[in-house]
Design a binder for this molecule. Sequence first.
Ligand code: PPS
Length: 312
Amino acid sequence: MSRSDMARLDVIEMFHGISFPGHLHTQDSLQLALKFPFKDTDILIVSYPKSGTTWMQEIVTLTSSRGDPHLSQTVPNWARAPWLEQYYSAAVLEASSTTPRVITTHLPHHLLGPTLRGSKAKVIYVSRNPKDVLVSFYHFHKIANFFPEAGSFPEFLNRFLEGTLPFGSWFDHVKGWTSQTATMNNLLHITYEEMSLDLHGAIKRVSSFLQCPLVEDEVNNCVKHCSFSSMKDNKMINYTLVPEEIMDHSKGSFMRTGKIGDWKNMFTEEQNQYFKSVFKSKMQGCTLEFVWEQEKEEPHANEQISRKNTEL
Ligand code: PPS
């Protein structure tokens, strides 16, 4: 089965007040996701779109194969870590005999949390600076023909802040999942920024959470194969296998910049101030400290990350 079997490029599925592209989502597939019988051995990667989902799929695949890139270079990411809510996942998961199963989802906690309750499945939540998420999502809307028109950047920004883009509100998503970190000991929260600034350390964190400790050479192999440049050239994850009518590769790449802080190239100062004020009011009561940008101190550029900047 291929992801392109079902076109439905102009269809939008509204589900619990959230819009999902009808290309890969149906009412049935969304309903089924909420009844999914998780196994305790499952690994679930959870994210709001454009937060580093594909990167984490690669990290988990490579960690599980102890740095051997064979699987990640021969099987598309959606077949080895299918999105639970997408229509093809039931068939993929049924046919899969591998343990652990790696499953991906963009569903918010208020929808999937009840399904997961009581399960010991390992959940990895990936978050990213929302301003970079927004810019990445904006560019992705231009290449992915299963989304409605992106419109102008200011319009898109407003829709992001209102929570009316596909997959719903970033704020609800992040608050919903990260609020579980205190009570769910099978949940690891990791950020795109951590992965970007210390990929080696991030892989070690993930492998130890998955109880799959790696020796140094294995970690180094994982780092090599999930670097931005390796992933950009890997057609099993760069979406060049998806036909042009579904993703217009002439308009840009899925693996676009892979950088922290690209929002600075799109936001005006006024938009930044507006974003920050909405962020402050919507995230009120969220005690989690996000580290959006970390900078290496100049004199010790080769040493550990030493300065944290929690400024959004
Ligand atoms: S999706 O559509 O939700 O699955 O997208 P997602 O994979 O969450 O996010 C895509 C962005 O992640 C970047 N990316 C990476 N950055 C750095 N290093 C690696 N290895 C890497 N892999 C993916 C990808 O380039 C998208 O970000 P932008 O900012 O658009 O470049």
